[in-house]
Ligand binder design. Structure first.
Ligand SMILES: Nc1nc2c(ncn2[C@@H]2O[C@H](COP(=O)(O)OP(=O)(O)O)[C@@H](O)[C@H]2O)c(=O)[nH]1
Ligand SMILES: [Mg+2]
Length: 305
């Protein structure tokens, strides 16, 4: 099953709402007002919706578009442009390379690391996981289960250990064992927020100091069903870490989808992968064109219904 099919079901509501505005109608002020409302409800956010509507109105006027289907195509084009930077692959050209995975509690960091480990092992890479969420013992246990499934190695210490020390160990183990990719799992919750951010900054410094020449990606994991709050999370984490990409999880659930565009455009952080379930192969490289199709394609929606 491809990207399009996997996300098609989850985005049904949004698709019906947006495509329904234009279906079989001529474009006028009333349809455009309805569209504006549908985009806001789809989690695109007020600011970005305004921007999209302005561009769409200009395009409709310039190209004298009055037909609903043609207007929908114009809208798709505008949204595709906003996602232009997303979907590019991670840069992992050094061995080892490091992927630091951050995000608030429960968004799917550990699960995503497990899936990513499987993804890279399948490419013939040697993968090592660093259990730097030492806040609960269960976190390292959960990561260890994923390491087993994926065929990756793991470096862990006891509960309450210094996360930066775990990372230090993992980096050195990765070098001596010839790892290609080191994936670092982190806690999403500590005793308070500044604690968490300080810890992440410390981990970041350890990586810079120990492996200054390694390619590094910092993936922020966001639960797509959180809606506009995702933008606030992104702003917070960016104060501490140089976030290079977003993984949007739970797109198989009740997510409305627009948050993908809001994050990519509003925050300028490319979406790299999306999570569409709890199993190993439920992680897909983001594909902007297919995403926009799944968000709007009414044909897909009708076939499924
Ligand atoms: N439906 C669905 N559930 C997910 C997805 N990713 C993670 N989960 C579930 O979300 C819950 C929290 O995941 P976990 O990886 O422990 O989050 P963490 O606290 O950020 O490490 C678990 O029950 C996962 O199985 C996804 O893409 N889709
Ligand atoms: Mg976790």
């Amino acid at each position: 099953m491809g990207f399009f099919d996997k996300i098609l079901k989850g985005l049904k509501k949004t698709r019906d709402a947006i495509a329904g505005v234009f279906a079989g109608r001529r474009v006028d002020d009333a349809t455009l007002d309805e569209l504006e409302e549908a985009l806001i409800l789809a989690d695109l956010g007020v600011g970005l919706t305004g921007e999209v509507m302005d561009e769409l109105r200009a395009k409709l006027r310039a190209e004298r578009i009055e037909d609903g289907d043609a207007a929908l195509e114009a809208l798709k084009g505008i949204l595709r442009e906003k996602l232009a930077d997303s979907g590019k692959p991670l840069e992992l050209n050094t061995s080892p390379s490091v992927i630091l995975v951050i995000g608030v509690n429960g968004v799917g960091k550990t699960t995503t690391i497990g899936k990513l480990a499987g993804h890279y092992v399948a490419q013939g890479k040697r993968v090592l996981l660093a259990a730097a969420d030492t806040f609960r013992a269960a976190a390292a246990d959960q990561l260890e289960i994923w390491a087993g499934r994926a065929g990756a190695q793991i470096v862990r210490q006891s509960e309450g250990a210094d996360p930066a020390a775990v990372v230090y160990d993992a980096l050195h183990a990765g070098v001596s064992r010839g790892a290609d990719v080191i994936l670092v799992d982190t806690a999403g919750r500590l005793h308070n927020k500044s604690n968490l951010m300080n810890e992440l900054a410390k981990i970041d410094r350890v990586i810079s100091r120990e492996l200054p020449d390694a390619d590094r990606e910092v993936l922020l994991v966001i639960d797509a069903t959180t809606g506009q709050n995702a933008l606030i999370q992104a702003q917070e984490f960016r104060k501490t870490a140089n976030v290079t990409g977003v993984v949007l999880t739970k797109l198989d659930g009740t997510a409305k989808g627009g948050i993908v565009i809001a994050l990519a455009r509003g925050c300028g952080i490319p979406v790299r992968f999306v999570g569409v379930g709890e199993k190993m192969d439920d992680l897909l490289p983001f594909d902007a064109d297919s995403f926009v199709d799944a968000l709007f394609d009414r044909k897909g929606s009708e076939e499924e219904a």
